[in-house]
Design a protein around this ligand. Structure first.
Ligand code: GLN
Length: 512
């Protein structure tokens, strides 16, 4: 059965349709893989999952097989299993957001994204690890221990959605859902050699997504190919009346765009290379792979221009005011009364509600979460609001204007996804600014609400680790990301002679 796990989701869907495999067999093969590599007892594992729901996934798979025998599959991906980041509410399944404060919380409802996965017949394998409340770039801020990069178990898988990316890179799941507030789908994609998509803001419902920063959060696909992301995006995307920021407009035809791109012709497409997002301070091997990828786009017929987005240099500073401001307000609901953990102060049986709240938050929130709550509360406090939060909102507008001007000159904008390849576990843990810098190239898209994809661009020569190529498009033109991404992927696959993940050393030997 193990041969199946290395296929793409679209190949799995075809095999299900042709009757070559059942959903129960596919689901079991992934559960076996999870058992073998995720938390093996005899050695270090990937630790991509916080909860595995073998029973639930197999029951959903059996239902899918029954539908298929009756000739009524629910969607193109009916029966293909998936993993979901632990920040999306799943009815009856734990949802911790990687935090101790939500330990033991079982949501009474499904997030819209999860409900749509179920309505399309995808068995849910389990919930994936993440930085606490999606704050981080390495998954080391998870209260349940870090996830390890399948390329090198001593290195980070990116974050905050390192669990979803590592699960897909380690063939524990063919598909996963991530969320991207400042890069948490795209940056883990880049450092694990997988594909990650942040849709247009409002393109995928946020209902049931535990909010980090409401004006920035977006759920999206994590996969091994561009076509698989398009297939998954079409399942989860589209208007949802339960989310007031959801866009009431049909999605562009994403699968058609991916197929068009894979045919390799980009003539008429104008690609803008963002001047501010490369150069000094970027890892040379990442830049080399980036430039080679740009050359491949030219070979496919694209026209390349350099564009300048002068305010992008201020994106990080603005993001680290807007995000903590929204997060500090969102996290106020974890008050020891409504959800999860409740800690009684030691030796105080008659403690007041406020004392219980304080003890619970002290024990339940990690350092990074506390840091951001303090930062956000400060930025919003009277007397400082205009100087910090108000200023940051102005910078946000300037960044949107940079995008508007750049999209006059180009149909898509490109940059490396992250400045470096995967760093060692622990290397940046005590240096918040160094950690924040990983998202230099991804944050502008969240501030402006535009869509982006990260596609593997190859291995950096210094360390043999994956680098990512980011493609950004105007809001609602997600199809352009898929078209250009698929064209690059096709050209690179030809060069590599097969998928990049086949070269990942830590994956060899662990499976049959
Ligand atoms: N790494 C960024 C942060 O820590 C992005 C997080 C995210 O996209 N969820 O805020």
């Amino acid at each position: 059965m193990s041969g199946w796990i290395r296929k793409t989701a679209s190949e799995m869907a075809d095999a299900l349709a042709a009757g070559e495999v059942t959903s129960v067999e596919l689901t079991q093969a992934h559960l076996d893989r999870i058992a073998a590599v995720d938390t093996p007892t005899d050695r270090r594992g990937v630790h991509a999952f916080l909860h595995v729901d073998a029973e639930g996934a197999l029951a959903q798979a059996a239902e899918s097989d029954a539908r298929r025998s009756a000739g009524s599959p629910l969607s193109a991906l009916d029966g293909v299993p998936i993993a979901v980041k632990d920040v999306l509410a799943t009815e009856g399944l734990p949802t911790t957001c990687g935090s101790k404060i939500l330990e033991g919380w079982i949501p009474p409802y499904d997030a819209t994204v999860v409900a749509r996965l179920k309505a399309a017949g995808l068995p849910i394998l389990g919930k994936t690890n993440m930085d606490e409340f999606a704050m981080g770039s390495s998954t080391e801020h998870s209260a349940y221990g870090a996830t390890h990069n399948p390329w090198d178990l001593d290195r980070i898988p990116g974050g905050s959605g390192g669990g979803s990316a590592a699960a897909v890179a380690a063939f524990e799941a063919p598909l996963a859902i991530g969320t991207d507030t400042g890069g948490s789908i795209r940056q883990p994609g880049a450092v694990t050699g997988t594909v990650g998509v942040k849709p247009t803001y409002g393109g995928v419902s946020r209902y049931g997504l535990v909010a980090l920063a409401n004006s920035l959060d977006q759920a999206g696909p994590v996969t091994r190919t561009v076509l698989d992301s398009a297939l998954l995006h079409e399942v989860i995307g589209g208007h949802d009346p339960m989310d007031s920021t959801s866009i009431d407009q049909p999605l562009p035809d994403l699968v058609a765009a991916a197929k068009q791109g894979a045919a390799g012709d980009l003539s008429g497409v104008r690609v803008g290379v963002i001047k501010e997002l490369s150069g000094d301070g970027w890892q040379p091997g990442v830049i080399t792979r980036f430039q080679e990828s740009v050359d491949l786009l030219v070979k496919a017929g694209a026209e390349v221009v350099e564009v300048s987005c002068p305010h992008f240099v201020h994106a990080m500073a603005a993001y680290y005011l807007i995000l903590p401001a929204e997060a500090s307000s969102n996290l106020a609901k974890f008050d020891a009364m409504r959800y999860g953990l409740r800690v009684w102060p030691e030796g105080k049986p008659d403690a007041s509600a406020e004392e219980v709240m304080r003890a619970t938050r002290d024990a339940g929130f990690g350092d990074e979460v506390k840091r951001r709550i303090i930062l956000g509360t400060y930025a919003l406090s009277s007397g400082y609001y205009d100087a910090y939060y108000g200023q940051a909102q102005k910078v946000r507008t300037l960044i949107s204007r940079d995008f508007e001007a750049a999209f006059e000159q180009a149909d898509v904008l490109v940059s490396p996804t992250a400045p470096t390849t995967a760093f060692k576990l622990g290397e940046k843990l005590d240096d918040p600014i160094a950690m924040y810098l990983n998202d230099l190239a991804t944050i502008p898209a969240n501030l402006a609400g535009v869509p982006g994809i990260s596609v593997p661009s190859g291995l950096a020569e210094e360390d043999g680790l994956p680098a990512g190529f980011q493609i950004l498009a105007p809001a609602l033109a997600d199809d352009r990301c898929y078209r250009v991404g698929a064209a690059l992927e096709a050209a690179l696959l030809e060069q590599w002679g097969g998928p990049l993940l086949d070269q990942a050393p830590a994956l060899n030997g662990a499976d049959a």
